[in-house]
Design a binder for this molecule. Sequence first.
Ligand code: HT7
Ligand code: ZN
Length: 854
Amino acid sequence: PAVIRREDYCPPAWAVPDITLDFRLDPAETRVRATLSVTRNGAHDEPLRLDGAGQTPVSVTVDGAVVDDWRIEGEQLVVPLPGDAHIVETEVVIAPDRNTQLMGLYASGGNLCTQCEAEGFRRITFFPDRPDVLSVYRVRMTADARRFPVLLANGDPVAKGTNDDGTHWAEWHDPYPKPSYLFALVAGDLAVNRSTFTTMSGREVELGIWVRAADLAKTDHALHALKLSMAWDERIYGREYDLDVFNIVAVDDFNFGAMENKGLNIFNSRYILADPDTATDYDYDAIAAVVAHEYFHNWSGNRITCRDWFQLSLKEGFTVYRDQCFSADQGSAAVKRIEEVRGLRASQFPEDSGPLAHPVRPESYIEISNFYTATIYNKGAELIRMMATILDPAKFRAATDLYFSRFDGTAATCEDFVACMEEAGGVDLRQFRLWYSQAGTPRVSAGLSHEPGGGRAVLRLAQHVPPSPGQPVKQPMVLPLKVRLFGAETGRPLTDEQLILLDQAAETITFEAVTERPVLSINRGFSAPVVIESDRSAADLAFLSAHDDDPFARYEAMQQLMLDTLVAGTINGEMNAQAVIDAVARTLAAEGLEPAFLAEAVLLPSENFIGDQLAMVDPDAIHAARESLRRQIGQALTPVWRRLYGEMAQGAYVYSPDAKGRRRLRSVALGYIAASGAEDAAALALAQFDAADNMTDRQAALTTLVSSDAPERDIALERFHARYADNALVLDKWFQTQALSSRDDTGAVVATLAEHPTFTLANPNRARALIGAFGMNQRAFNAANGSGYRFLADQLIALDRLNPQTAAKLLPPLGRWRRFDGNRAQLMRAELARIVATPGLSKDLFEQASKSLD
Ligand code: HT7
Ligand code: ZN
């Protein structure tokens, strides 16, 4: 397949200032007439090239006259045009109900909806389907009035009516020029939860969340989050909503989380629907974050879009940063930061050190859908955060104001954004730009020495950026590291917090008059997305976990202590658990720490993360070490866990930061009680499962039970399935929980679940719940006989025929072969080779599998 390169970017030969779309909607056969006003862009004699995917035009007219000198080249419709401005009309027929890829116009749950980012519009009609062609859209839809009573599109509604043949129609107009990837329509039988929002300039915006009627009661949380987001973007960034209506539609079949189509966001229903009985606290938080994210795109993405897809992080990194700050403002900022870093380490760091590593602004791709990655989104957000740190809040706001005003209505680049940061911030970001072009997670070694007797402390820092595919040698980056020293004897801070901009391969920082032995707190708040390698002892880490005044650094010290212990346990087969037990006990006994923070602080690093620290992953040894430490912490602190389990119990369910934190700490306590081997643990968990008035507590109990051999396990699984048999989103939890079980039979159970009557690869949520979760289960997936690898490859090959994008997203666990012993590596490579050799493979899966083999 062809490789698309950033360096080959050329501006579009033809602009399309206006487009009118006329849809005769029908699931089996939809007719699309597109009328494009096109203008020649610059002096050239290129024909008009319109992207398509598979379809042939029924007709092509130019300025009202049928023409026949058009041709199809590859998948493009090529129309020679004599003048500088023309009206070009095409008509095509498409079949939404046969669209299993869920890109373009497709059917979900009896309704019709669209997904056009990145290149889905070309599956609807012929068009220059690239983000730098901005057009004003007028859309007319005609459909059966009974099957599709609701007809929605971007922008504002302008007219509607009925026809004599049982159809009705609606017209929408979006006055803001937009790229084709932001086009959307929905036709369906939907109910709406309506409200209004008054913007800062006093305009009233009509808000609507559209779902199937039975789900209407589950939309209040999303609607509330939407209003909070609108107010937040006005307050923090001065950004006001610009249309008279803002609609959100939830659909069950969706390749991603949600889509920011102008004025008509379309969501995976898992990021809209919530009530206490079916959604966990995690779900509630994720819904608010995704609603905010899509809403924030109205400015960072829609009003200012991307020049080309290599600039994807321009909108995604910035918008993730914005949604992270929004979420931090809704509850505990410290816990939110911990969750972000945990997520970054779980997905972005492994990506950045594996065969699919790529820069935040990639240089090439085969299939752009493969680049909606943790690197583009989450590392991209870290880049924005670092610039905000370097500039300070006031200058950062001045810089975003400049960016929004200078590039409003245009398709911009990452470079444009950084230039605004430089100009308004008065800083030089020349070297910082390496963050956009160099892949790989920098590693920073930090060594602190001290002259006893009130002397100097010297901090020696050195950075190294590991090689990544296509980038064998790296230059030093700019790393903003927040540091502070604490006195080992008094526990008091010895310095203020300092921001060190490490921009050399190695640097030395001197602190004068340090009166007692200092302990180093570094990368506070996770100020740079790097790995810190320090020689801090277990005692110093335990000290920081008790004394550091930065909550993130405090959490981090505990994590590092646990990690060092677990790595030693994995390698040596035995470990000294006492330092961890003491640190956990001290943290749990400390005054003034919120339950949500305690819950995060005392959780052990995941098996995957332990594996990421090792040159050679031994999944069984890692599992054994982690289970042993869990058991020892559980046993040694049994009275504490029991007390917390009782104290954290609450009355009727409420969703608030404090109530969430208490539920979380209680479930962590339950986990440690079970890990201790307590005889009553399964009964306790089943009692919690049965008594719970909310999904958070119920799922926590199920998660505890699903890894046990107790009879309560099957009882809970059966009850869960029976209770939620009609709720697809909750059944996903049932599949996922089992795929993540640490029992020895998980591989076999997952294979059986893949044959379950309610399992289907056609629904991405279901596929991710079982197949995706299984790939994350380090021990089960990496069974030494290769059964996990074979299972995943079989599923991916089958899924690729239906939905290549989703298949490609689930491949990365097979690409970790370099980290495993020769036997496993060979088995993984054999499955990758089998995938690559599959006839008719999509370019999505081909790109991921072939790069993973290299
Ligand atoms: N900007 C949206 C990306 C997206 C997407 C990409 C590929 C295939 C399907 C997709 N659906 C949505 C989502 C976002 O970042 O807000
Ligand atoms: Zn986004």
